[in-house]
Design a protein around this ligand. Sequence first.
Ligand SMILES: CC(=O)SCCNC(=O)CCNC(=O)[C@H](O)C(C)(C)COP(=O)(O)OP(=O)(O)OC[C@H]1O[C@@H](n2cnc3c(N)ncnc32)[C@H](O)[C@@H]1OP(=O)(O)O
Length: 412
Amino acid sequence: MTAELRQLDQSEWEQWYATLERAFGGVAEAPEERQLWDDLTECERSIGAWDDGVCVGTAGAFSFRVTVPGGALLDTAGVTMVGVAATHRRRGLLRAMMRRQLDDVRERGEAVAVLTASEPAIYGRFGYGTASYSLRLEIDTTRVRLAVPPGTDEVRLRYAVPAEAGPACEAVYARRVAGRPGMLARRPGWERLITLDPPGERNGASPQQCVLAERDGEVVGYALFAVKPEWDARGPKGTVRVQDVEALDPAAYAALWRFLCDIDLTSTVLALNRPVDDPVVQLVSDVRRCDLRSRDSLYVRLVDVGAALEARTYQAPVDVVLDVEDAFCPWNEGRWRLVGDPKGASCKRVDADGTPADLALSVRELGSAYLGGVPLAQLAGAGRVRELRQGALAEASLAFGSASAPWLPHGF
Ligand SMILES: CC(=O)SCCNC(=O)CCNC(=O)[C@H](O)C(C)(C)COP(=O)(O)OP(=O)(O)OC[C@H]1O[C@@H](n2cnc3c(N)ncnc32)[C@H](O)[C@@H]1OP(=O)(O)O
């Protein structure tokens, strides 16, 4: 590898970002989207790889706060904007940037790093495990009805201008964050991502629309969506594309989904990113006509195993010794005793005192299980977790679970 790695300087951002765009195919983003990423880039934690004055590699990280099981917000590195020029691929540049980045994350005292992967095969070697899934629904609204709970008819819905409704939507979102692992507490500036609506990316759909749900004059939910009109010889068959729906109670949530499913001249509601346990699945009359599909979403890497496992709670009492393998971050290797319950946890090294291990696994499996969305028992069934003490797997698998499935509400 001939390239030199160094921290990004703001003056280099254009060239750096153009390298990233080209790694993703070379289609330039809309100016407003580019500007947003320019504003959100944290140069002091972004890396450029340079070969003879030319940028050939990029990697960045955002300073996130992510909800973990139990509701705590954990300072987390949101790894992003990774690209290597095709002229320099497969020479170890990604590996070198991952090395530097994870060392930096550790120095900053962040116990966890997260990312979404362009391809699932890339990041396991660096200790990232698939920790959450997203649900895609395509509801045939000509056939599917919604069985709404009492109180739904009392929720008042009204259209609002998305940009003007932003603060009210953000307030609802902020109240939802602690209830679901994987959700991000949005720092100032990130609300712009939610209402970003470049005309060139609408693919024939309307500009973004917003409907607020209100009770007693208070905003208790919102839906952001677009409508793509379509007609054929038999009449209208438009699609409602759901971008975001959040609500503070079941009646408001049902009112918003009923609204989305009832818009005249449309016959499909398409939502690409919902939690896998989204209550809407229990509202619909015919789940088969919702064409549910799930796919990998958030990847988690424990950078400091002890601190990360202590930061969350456990839904049942657990006392296990984990033998952790971590070739890329060897400071995590060894035996850790985790004692936890719904109130809190401690996780300490026990290498010195000869305590035998109950479960053996790599840091990648711990990352998968961390947010409660991937059972340790499932990983064990694939041979990726080994039970060394009978009963330890069932105990740990139950404890690591979460009442709400983890979910990443938007990309980054
Ligand atoms: C968080 C994010 O931003 S995800 C976005 C990632 N970026 C992209 O997908 C853009 C297009 N692709 C690229 O820019 C590059 O091909 C990258 C960044 C994926 C890889 O960069 P490279 O410098 O070629 O990777 P590097 O040479 O360091 O490879 C390290 C290891 O990853 C493997 N690897 C690299 N890319 C891939 C891939 N796409 N699929 C599977 N394995 C991969 C290599 O084979 C190598 O394996 P090894 O550990 O067994 O030796």
